[in-house]
Design a protein around this ligand. Structure first.
Ligand SMILES: Nc1ncnc2c1ncn2[C@@H]1O[C@H](COP(=O)(O)OP(=O)(O)OP(=O)(O)O)[C@@H](O)[C@H]1O
Ligand SMILES: [Mg+2]
Length: 414
C-alpha cells in the first residue's frame, strides 16, 4: 500500500492524535452555534494537536480589504492588543501572503524570511520563531487565515501538522460563511417583519384617526349650529376613539420595552372593578351582563397594578368583542389556585377560539378583527403575566372562550 507522503515522518501516536482532533473539530461544528466560541475551540484544538505556542484566526474583511485577528490564543504575549490593533493588507506579513496567494506557508525560521511582519510581535510583546499560515477558503472566496506560531520544544511544524491545519482551516472557513449567511438571513427577516409591523400599525392608527377626525368635525358642526344632541351623541364616539388610541399606545409600549414590573401590594378585586368600570360604556351599549366573583381568600397580590390592569383590559375587551349582540355574558373570577398562586379567569359566551387558531392567538399581530384589531392585546397580556412569573393560557371550554392568568402571590423581584 502506498503511504501518503505527508504521513511518512509521522509516528502512529501523532496520526492518532490528528485523527482524534479532526473528529473532535467536526463534532464542534454541529454542537456549537456561537461563531467566536467555535473558532476559539478550533484554534485551541489546532494549537494542541500541532503543539504550538499560539494560534489565531485572522479574518478577511472584504469592505476594507484588510485582515484582522478574530481569535488569538496563547499563554504568553498580549493577545488583546493583537485583536485590537493589528490590521494586515493581503500580502503583508506571512499571514497576508498566505491570504493573497491562497497557499499554505510554513516558515521554520521567521528571521530568514523578509515577509515576516515584526510590528505584530512588538505590539503583542511576543517572540515569533516559526509560523504555519493556512488560508481559509470557502466556495472560492477568501475567508481568512488560520495561523499557528512557534512549534513547542524548538522544532518546526511537520507535514502532518500542515495537513491537519488545512482541514481545520476548511472547517473554520465553512463555519464563518455559514454564520454570515444566517446573519444575513436573520437581518432580512427582521427588516421584512419590521416593515410589515409598521404597515399594520400605521393602518390601525389611521383608522382610529379617521374616526376621531369625523367625530371632531361633527362636534364642531353641532357647536356651530347649537345642535346639542349632535354633540351629545358624537361625544361617546370621540371618547372611544381616544381610548382606543391610548390603549393601543400603552400596549405597544408594554410589548416593545423590556421592563421589570413595578411590584407593590395590590387588590385583584380593585383592578378587576377598575377595568370593568372603564368598559362600562361599551358593556351598556352591547347590553353585556358582567359578573365578578372574587373569592374571600384572595388577598393582596404582589404585582404591578398598572400592568395587570392593561392585561385585564385586553382580556375583557376581547370578551366584549366576542359576545353576541343579544345576551352577551362575561364572567370574571379570582381565587387562590394554591398556597402560592392566584388565578384570575375571564370567560365569555362568544363563539370561542377555533382549534386551528389556538396556537396563534398569542402571537404578536395575529388578529381576526381586520381594521378593528392589531393583534397586540394577547401578546402584550402574556408578556406582562410572564414578567410577573405567571402564565396566561386559553382553557378548553365547551362554549365561548375562557382565559386564565395564574400569578404568584409574591413575585421575587431580585
Ligand atoms: N374571547 C375571545 N373569543 C374569541 N376569540 C378571541 C378572544 N380573544 C381573542 N380572540 C382571538 O385572538 C385574536 C388575537 O387577540 P388579540 O387581543 O391579541 O388581538 P385583537 O383583539 O385582534 O387586536 P387588539 O387587541 O390589538 O386590538 C383575536 O383577533 C381573536 O381572533
Ligand atoms: Mg384584543
Amino acid at each position: 500500500m502506498q503511504t501518503l507522503p505527508w504521513l511518512e515522518h509521522a509516528s502512529p501516536a501523532d496520526i492518532n492524535r490528528a485523527v482524534e482532533a479532526l473528529y473532535h473539530v467536526h463534532g464542534l461544528m454541529t454542537a456549537l452555534t456561537d461563531l467566536d466560541t467555535l473558532l476559539e475551540r478550533i484554534s485551541d484544538e489546532g494549537r494542541s494537536v500541532a503543539r504550538a505556542e499560539a494560534a489565531s484566526v485572522i479574518l478577511y474583511d472584504e469592505a476594507t480589504d484588510e485582515l484582522y485577528f478574530r481569535v488569538a490564543l496563547g499563554d504568553s504575549g498580549d493577545q488583546e492588543t493583537l485583536k485590537r490593533e493589528v490590521r494586515l493588507k493581503p500580502g503583508q506579513g506571512i499571514a497576508g501572503a498566505a491570504a493573497r496567494d491562497r497557499v499554505t506557508i510554513h516558515v521554520p525560521d521567521v528571521e530568514q524570511d523578509p515577509r515576516f511582519y515584526r510590528d505584530a510581535d512588538t505590539m503583542s510583546q511576543f517572540h515569533t520563531r516559526n509560523i504555519l499560515a493556512v488560508p481559509m477558503i470557502e466556495r472560492n472566496q477568501l475567508v481568512g487565515v488560520l495561523e499557528l506560531v512557534n512549534k513547542m520544544d524548538g522544532g518546526a511544524f511537520s507535514s502532518l501538522d500542515q495537513h491537519v491545519m488545512e482541514m481545520f482551516g476548511a472547517v473554520a472557513a465553512s463555519a464563518v460563511v455559514n454564520a454570515r449567511l444566517i446573519e444575513e438571513q436573520m437581518e432580512t427577516t427582521r427588516l421584512v417583519a419590521i416593515g410589515q409591523a409598521i404597515a399594520g400599525l400605521t393602518h390601525h392608527i389611521k383608522n382610529i384617526l379617521t374616526g376621531l377626525n369625523s367625530s371632531v368635525e361633527l362636534i364642531e358642526m353641532g357647536l356651530e349650529k347649537g345642535n346639542d344632541s349632535l354633540v351629545a351623541n358624537t361625544w361617546p364616539v370621540l371618547r372611544r376613539s381616544t381610548h382606543r388610541i391610548s390603549n393601543f399606545v400603552q400596549d405597544l409600549l408594554l410589548y416593545a420595552k423590556p421592563r421589570k414590573p413595578i411590584i407593590e401590594p395590590c387588590q385583584p378585586q380593585r383592578i378587576i372593578v377598575d377595568a370593568c368600570e372603564t368598559m362600562r360604556d361599551l358593556f351598556n351599549q352591547k347590553h353585556v351582563a358582567v359578573e365578578i366573583d372574587v373569592a374571600d381568600d384572595v388577598d393582596a397580590l404582589h404585582a404591578d397594578p398598572d400592568a395587570l390592569y392593561r392585561c385585564l383590559m385586553n382580556l375583557v375587551t376581547n370578551a366584549a368583542d366576542a359576545v353576541p349582540d343579544k345576551g352577551g355574558r362575561i364572567a370574571i373570577t379570582a381565587r387562590r389556585a394554591d398556597e402560592q398562586h392566584v388565578e384570575i379567569t375571564v370567560a365569555d359566551n362568544g363563539p370561542g377560539v377555533p382549534p386551528e387558531m389556538r396556537d396563534h392567538i398569542f402571537e404578536i399581530f395575529f388578529s381576526t378583527k381586520g381594521a378593528r384589531g392589531t393583534g397586540l392585546g394577547l401578546a402584550c397580556a402574556r408578556k406582562v403575566v410572564e414578567e410577573h412569573g405567571g402564565a396566561l393560557t386559553l382553557l378548553d371550554a365547551d362554549r365561548g372562550a375562557c382565559f386564565r392568568m395564574t400569578l404568584p402571590l409574591h413575585k421575587n423581584t431580585s
